[in-house]
Design a protein around this ligand. Structure first.
Ligand code: SF4
Length: 451
């Protein structure tokens, strides 16, 4: 049915990639809504479609090109943004009729393209925009980006050339956004960036202001401010610098959680050096040992790459041993794949594909067995669970030991509560990555909670 001329313009949105890209999508959607555009539910309903792409690895490039192709086929009026947008020639060679192509984190350029192809409505209802902006996550958790870009040069990565060097957001802006989110009902903030513990390095750790208080723009300074919010705060993309030791005493199972997502990527010193990893000289095993001595309740998530050029069997086995000795609780792993423009492409001794994939399978099987063993130790424990969803089979939630979307979940089979509520649960069974629980009488997590 044709839309009446007075109907608001409709923009379709496809958001691909990592949580940093998701935050970019949320910012564009917030701006669109504030100008009176509506979000279309289908390609048919959309006056044009924005595709926010990812270009991190070849698989992401393929997925992004396929998404653009689908939007072109089903709608035909497409604006491309995001990391793959820096390769405008590649996109235009495949899809010459796209309306515009912009790079990542470039909301002004996206909005200029939208205005050029779909004029903004005369009388935008700015009050339709909630103060916390448009969020693509459930109401009770949200990603909070603390910086843009990256000042490192890991050999396998092209993010710095896609997103530029590190630019930390002003501390006051971060805290103000966090407070708006909490006021809007967010119970868990997921801190994201390319390197969270490098916060403020580009600002030479100058003094910033949060709520009128002078605070050093540093990782510990930021964590100190986030600890005041009274909600769960989960730190992602933390690198093993000395400053991590400073924040350990600030962690709390009702505040900045004793959960760190540390992308070690490998554990062998030669491979870490060859990768040009930040903090490459900090031996992962020694770091984890020191952290666990200070915080026995610390839960660690990591990501690793197997089959980096030159990786020997012995070096791979160092990685396997590290995963076990360090007791990495949650793990994401990838087989190394060449990314166009990455310095690692020029390294000698590429690992043959079959060996890379065999190593990946071995690693994941090893981790699955370790995970199942570690989770079994939680049977009988009580923990605070944030409910994510109600299903026909019961509730699905997470304790401080599980991040949304990337870790396992806790299935609560007895008891009821709406999404966004905290409930106290007793773990009654465990699997490889997930746990099963029943609701327990209320208890004080400060004295009895653990995982
Ligand atoms: S730290 Fe390394 S892997 Fe991470 S974004 Fe920067 S260059 Fe890429």
């Amino acid at each position: 049915m044709p839309r009446p001329p007075s109907a608001p313009p409709q923009v379709g949105f496809v958001s691909l990639g990592c949580p940093k890209a998701l935050v970019d999508s949320e910012q564009i959607l917030t701006r669109l809504r504030s100008e009176g555009y509506h979000t279309a539910a289908s390609y048919d309903d959309a006056d044009l479609v924005i595709v926010n792409t990812c270009g991190f690895i070849e698989a992401a490039v393929t997925e992004s090109l396929d998404a653009i192709g689908e939007a072109m086929a089903d709608n035909g009026r497409v604006i491309v943004t995001g990391c793959l947008g820096v390769k405008a020639d590649l996109i235009r060679a495949r899809y010459p009729k796209v309306l515009a192509v912009t790079g990542p984190h470039d909301e002004p350029a996206v909005m200029a393209a939208v205005h050029a192809h779909l004029p903004k409505p005369h009388d935008p209802f700015v009050d339709l925009v909630p103060p916390q902006g448009i969020k693509l996550t459930p109401r009770h958790y949200a990603y909070l980006k603390i910086s843009e870009g990256c000042h490192h040069n890991c050999r396998f990565c092209i993010i710095p050339s896609l997103r530029g060097t590190l630019v930390s957001r002003p501390l006051g802006d971060i805290v103000a956004e966090a407070e708006r989110l909490v006021e809007a009902g967010v119970k868990e903030l997921l801190i994201v960036s390319q390197d969270t513990s490098a916060y403020g390095v580009d600002q030479k750790h100058r003094v910033g202001f949060a709520g009128g208080r002078p605070v050093k723009m540093s990782f510990p300074g930021l964590v100190h401010e986030l600890a005041r919010l009274g909600v769960w705060v989960r730190l992602h993309y933390v690198y093993p610098y000395k400053s991590v030791e400073e924040i350990l005493p600030l962690l709390d199972i009702d505040g900045v959680l004793p959960y760190l997502d540390v992308p070690f990527q490998h554990a062998h010193p030669r491979v870490l050096t060859a990768m040009r990893r930040p903090a490459g000289r900090a031996h992962p095993s020694a770091c984890v040992k020191a952290w666990r001595a200070a915080r026995p309740d610390l839960v660690l998530r990591s990501t690793v790459i197997v089959g980096f050029p030159g990786e020997t069997e012995a070096e791979f086995e160092t990685l396997l041993a590290f995963i076990e000795d360090a007791g990495i609780d949650r793990l994401g792993a990838f087989a190394y794949s060449a990314v166009e423009g990455a310095a690692a492409n020029a390294l000698p001794n590429p690992v043959p594909e079959d060996i890379k994939h065999a190593r990946l399978e071995r690693l994941m099987a090893h981790q699955a067995a370790l995970s199942a063993e570690r989770l079994k130790t939680r049977i009988g424990q009580t923990c605070r669970v944030l409910i994510d969803e109600r299903t026909e089979d019961g509730l699905i939630g997470r304790s401080y030991a599980e991040a949304p979307e990337i870790d396992g979940v806790i299935r609560v089979t007895a008891g009821d509560a709406p999404p966004g509520d905290f409930v106290d649960c007793r773990i009654v069974a465990t699997g490889t990555h997930d746990l099963t629980a029943i609701m327990a009488p209320t208890f004080d997590t400060r004295t009895t909670g653990s995982v």
